[in-house]
Design a protein around this ligand. Structure first.
Ligand code: IPM
Ligand code: MG
Length: 369
């Protein structure tokens, strides 16, 4: 199969983890006889420095012309004091909005072999397999006005607006039901309906759409309780659907169920355009350029890309399985290590995964013959 992938490395560790992803993609292309071509484009801090904007038009064009988009990470201290429109994060929010990537899927799987890396007890973690479905193009991230003002009294005030239309809620809630129907058929809708009007409308819509999915068991949970339940008993969750900011916060929290934010992959999907795949951990400027970053969240995001955007289920599963094997053998990047002696650099971890991909591929081929 021939596919064009837009590559947006971004800032910080973005370049290292993306180069790891390309090496793995090339190996997959080689083993399965695919033809992947890569179109590089700038986003975030690098684009601010070179193009004077965090999201150049050219980048949007390259993304729209591609079959999928792979993004590293954006941001860093260099741009932290920039005005709002010249912040790297603006590039990320801009690409989400301009490609209408409203559905952000963040799978949280606690690998047994990593239970020591988490701060939580293995008995709480083992068996956790949940998916956070976060609304990504609405809510308080995008509502207008969002500004500083002077009150009549002369005092400085700041305003952000939490805005949701019915249609925006319906499409993400439907996505949540669709995914739950394909998994363990349990949907938890997370809101703050005891305080927010947008959450009360959200709840009504969930109850309406529930009639279309009689096989899915649905429940509502307030976000503060959900934050607590994720730590108390994560196994109770299958699919969690929630609005933009709640999803941002809960997904970082849930990442610790896997042992490290370095394990959290994500897919951002639109109704019919190309999907965007990125690790959810950010640009980690403190370790950038040191060949220390954990590439696994990016490689898991690549696996999602192969499955969701290209229908390459075997290829995606092969990457996932290889990562699981490498972790079972005790190999770790620094973020995952406790007292392990097998701490690998980014490149070494990438090579281990590729080695395992080749071995597993060969053995499945042999058993098929
Ligand atoms: C994420 C990140 C972004 C977000 C930031 C970098 C704007 O935290 O993808 O979760 O808040 O959505
Ligand atoms: Mg976040």
């Amino acid at each position: 199969m021939k596919k064009q992938i837009a590559i947006l490395p971004g800032d910080g560790i973005g370049k290292e983890i993306i180069s790891s992803a390309i090496t793995v993609l090339n190996e997959i292309a080689n083993l399965f006889d695919h033809d992947f071509s890569y179109e590089y484009a700038r986003i975030g801090g690098e684009a601010i420095d070179i193009d004077g904007t965090p999201l150049p038009e050219e980048t949007i064009k390259v993304c729209k012309e591609s079959d999928a988009i792979l993004l590293g990470a954006v941001g860093g201290p260099k741009w932290d004091n920039n005005p709002p429109d010249l912040r790297p994060e603006k590039g990320l929010l801009g690409i989400r909005k301009s490609l209408q990537l409203f559905a952000n899927l963040r799978p949280v799987i606690a690998f047994d072999s990593l239970s020591d890396a988490s701060t939580l007890k293995p008995s709480v973690l083992n068996g956790t397999d949940l998916m956070i479905v976060r609304e990504l193009t609405g809510g308080i991230y995008f509502g207008q006005p969002s500004e500083r003002r002077k009150a009549k009294s002369g005092e400085e005030i700041a305003v952000d607006t939490l805005y949701y239309s019915r249609e925006e809620i319906e499409r993400i809630v439907r996505k949540g039901f669709e995914l739950a129907a394909l998994r363990r058929r349990k949907l938890t809708s997370v809101d703050k309906a005891n305080v927010l009007e947008s959450s009360r409308m959200w709840r009504e819509i969930v109850d309406e759409i529930a009639h279309e999915y009689p096989g899915v068991e649905v429940s509502h949970m307030l976000v503060d309780n959900a934050a607590m339940q994720l730590i108390r008993n994560p196994k109770q969750f299958d699919v969690i659907v929630t609005e933009n900011m709640f999803g941002d916060i809960l997904s970082d929290e849930a990442a610790m169920l896997t042992g490290s934010l370095g394990m959290l992959s994500s897919a951002s999907l639109s109704a019919n355009g190309p999907g965007l795949y990125e690790p959810a951990h950010g640009s980690a400027p403190d370790i950038a350029g040191q060949n220390k970053a954990n590439p696994l969240a990016t490689l898991l995001s690549v696996a999602m890309m192969l499955k969701y955007s290209f229908g390459m289920n075997n290829e995606g599963s092969l990457i996932e399985k290889s990562i699981e094997c490498v972790l079972e053998e005790g190999y770790r990047t620094a973020d995952l290590a406790d007292h392990s002696e097998l701490i690998l650099s980014t490149d070494e971890m990438t090579n281990k995964v590729i080695e395992t991909i080749t071995i597993l591929h060969k053995s499945t081929k042999m058993s098929a013959n």
